[in-house]
Ligand binder design. Structure first.
Ligand code: FMN
Length: 226
């Protein structure tokens, strides 16, 4: 009798241990899935807070255009002279929502090779420069302004600081978007909120530059079709 009871207790104990182990495994798996989803931008919520109806929409972007596949620590892989990763991102937004697309053209060309453009970007960043640029449109004529840029040295390229300093965005909606090598948004959305306290700066979307060709689906989840 005692023996039977002991065996039953032992079986129950083993079952409890198995149960506890499976719960903790589940937790780990969920954690990993969440991280992977975050990294690959699979968990994107559509920005339902923005009212796009009857609003004038502008999609502004800056892109080095010739350095698609680089990051701050690796060497450059130049990819032609098209629209660049950020320009492609801008096109995806336009395909979805319409509006006007305009590209920030710096007054001075940047070098084409990675080492030199990085050197120049760092110099501009350290000296807090405000490089000049031109646009075809006046962003102040629009209600909703998508603003796109690549991450440079863990930040926005300095020409974007000139952009935010030049225009009055009070009462406007700013929607940031960016491409990167590894830094995601690099804290730049919060930085834009600091630069534009009188605008409504909503959560942006960051896409890895080298994955841009296969990333249209993420943009389609992010902005509604108009
Ligand atoms: C000068 C320079 C600095 C960069 N610094 C970073 C960085 O700090 N973090 C990062 O994730 N990517 C960095 N990148 C990679 C770019 O953000 C990425 O390749 C981007 O998709 C390029 O976009 P584009 O083709 O529109 O110019 C850097 C690229 C350049 C040219």
């Amino acid at each position: 009798m005692r023996r039977k009871l002991g065996r039953k207790m032992a079986i129950m104990l083993i079952m409890i241990v198995i149960l506890l182990l499976s719960v903790s495994c589940d937790k780990n798996n969920n954690g990993q899935i969440h991280e992977t989803a975050k990294k690959s931008n699979e968990k994107i919520s559509t920005n339902t807070d923005v009212d796009y109806i009857n609003k004038k929409i502008l999609i502004i972007y800056y892109s080095a255009a010739n350095l698609n596949d680089v990051d701050a620590v690796s060497s450059a892989t130049a990819v032609g002279d098209g629209d660049g990763a950020t320009g492609t991102f801008a096109k995806y937004i336009h395909d979805r929502i319409g509006g006007v697309v305009d590209r920030i053209i710096p007054d001075e060309d940047y070098p084409l090779d990675y080492d030199h453009i990085l050197e120049r970007a760092k110099k501009e960043k350290n000296a807090r420069e405000y490089p000049g640029f031109s646009l075809t449109t006046n962003p102040e004529d629009y209600d909703i302004i998508f603003v796109g840029y690549p991450i440079w040295s863990y930040d926005m390229p300095r020409v974007m600081y000139t952009f935010f300093a030049r225009y009055d965005f009070e009462g406007k909606t700013i929607i940031p978007f960016n491409t990167y090598g590894s830094s995601l948004d690099g804290g730049t959305y919060d930085k834009i909120r600091e630069l534009e306290p009188d605008a409504d700066v909503v959560d942006g979307l960051a896409i890895e530059g080298k994955s841009i060709d296969s990333s249209k689906k993420y943009v389609e989840q992010w902005v509604p079709e108009l």
